[in-house]
Structures are given as C-alpha cells and as structure tokens.
Design a protein around this ligand. Structure first.
Ligand code: GRF
Length: 190
C-alpha cells in the first residue's frame, strides 16, 4: 500500500477529494492529514472520514524532527500539499525528493511565488486581463512554486469573470485532476 500524507491549512476541499478518491483504492490511501492551523475546517473533515490528523506548530515544523517522526510512524511514502501555507523546510524536501507535490491555482511559472495564493492569484490574473487561467501540479523544492512541473490544465476566462467565479472554475479543475494525476504518478510505486 502506498500511504499518503496530505498537508492543508484551510478549507480542505482538495484534501477531501483525495481522501474520497483513494478510500477504496487497491494500492493507495490517505493515512494522515497534517495542518499548521488548529482552526482549519480540514481537521473535522478528515476526522469524520477516519483519517488521522497531526497539528504542528511553527517551532516544531521548522526546528525539530517531530513531523518526520510522525510521518515515519504513519509509514508515509508520499506527501501531497493541498493549500498548505508554509514553505517546506529543507529537511522535509530532502526526505521526500520526487515524493512531494503541490497544486497551484494558476499556470506556473506565472502568478507563483511568495504571497501568491488564494484570491490574490485570481485578482492579479483578472487585473492583467488574461483570457486563460488554470492549475499546475508540480514537485516541491525549497522555493515556493518552483519545483518541476508535472501537469497543467486550463480554463477560459469570460469577459464578466469575477474573482469568485474564477476561483470556482479553478477548484473544479483541481478536484477533477489532482487525485487522478497523483494516481498516475504512483502507479508504478509500491
Ligand atoms: C487550492 O486552490 C490550491 O490550488 C491552493 O490552495 C487552495 C486550497 O483549497 N494551493 P482547498 O483548501 O483544498 O479548498
């Protein structure tokens, strides 16, 4: 069985999609959700679906190996970032080379980097008058949104598009593709 830890800081709609998609999967399962935010709605959503949750504070995340120990305890093979807001520290990147992916709500390399998250991304895209946006799934390295790109999907931006309507389109793309792309990546790993 390939065991996945999903890292999420907020709503967790992608985390839920991933948990559900792999629920009855023969070879892959989400065994842990990690969050930095004790108030995050993803916590309840994961627990309701019988997935263990680890809440980590900043000091432990950046200055200890506690999270690595937890990931080891849950026999984590692969990490999926799904709306996780903190930069991943070196020790974690090194331990999960080509075994950690992120999803970004735009077509990288555009609209990425520090501070480019959530509505800010869509706001910038609309301000620039872009006609197309999309999602990017990429490996994680030590810089925000800079790891090798794995997959992109696009959507059209309508003349009357709002931040809210674009955010909804992007979420739909994410939900449709993230689990399937991860499944493909993991198809030849045991
Ligand atoms: C997603 O839009 C993803 O692209 C970004 O954070 C958002 C998380 O949304 N990295 P949710 O918490 O999964 O609903």
């Amino acid at each position: 069985m390939v065991k996945i830890a999903v890292f999420a800081s907020g709503t967790g709609s992608n985390a839920v999609q991933l948990i559900e998609y792999f629920r009855n999967h023969a070879r892959i399962k989400v065994s842990l959700v990690v969050t930095n935010n004790p108030e995050a709605p993803v916590i309840d959503k994961a627990r309701k679906r019988n997935v263990a949750v680890c809440i980590i504070n900043r000091k432990d995340f950046y200055e200890s190996e506690k999270l690595l120990e937890t990931l080891l305890k849950f026999e984590t093979d692969f990490i999926i970032l799904a709306g996780f807001m903190w930069l991943i520290p070196k020790y974690l990147v090194k331990s999960f080379v080509n075994k950690m992916v992120n999803i970004h709500p735009a077509l990288l390399p555009d609209y990425g980097g520090k501070g480019m998250y959530g509505k800010r991304v869509h706001e910038a895209i609309l301000k620039n008058g872009d006609k197309v946006s999309g999602i990017t799934i990429h490996y994680v390295n030590e810089e925000y949104d800079r790891g090798e790109r794995i997959f992109q999907a696009t959507c059209k931006i309508d003349p009357k598009e709002t931040i809210g309507s674009l955010a909804a389109k992007i979420h739909n793309l994410e939900h449709a593709y993230y689990p399937v792309v991860v499944e493909g990546l993991l198809s030849n790993r045991s």
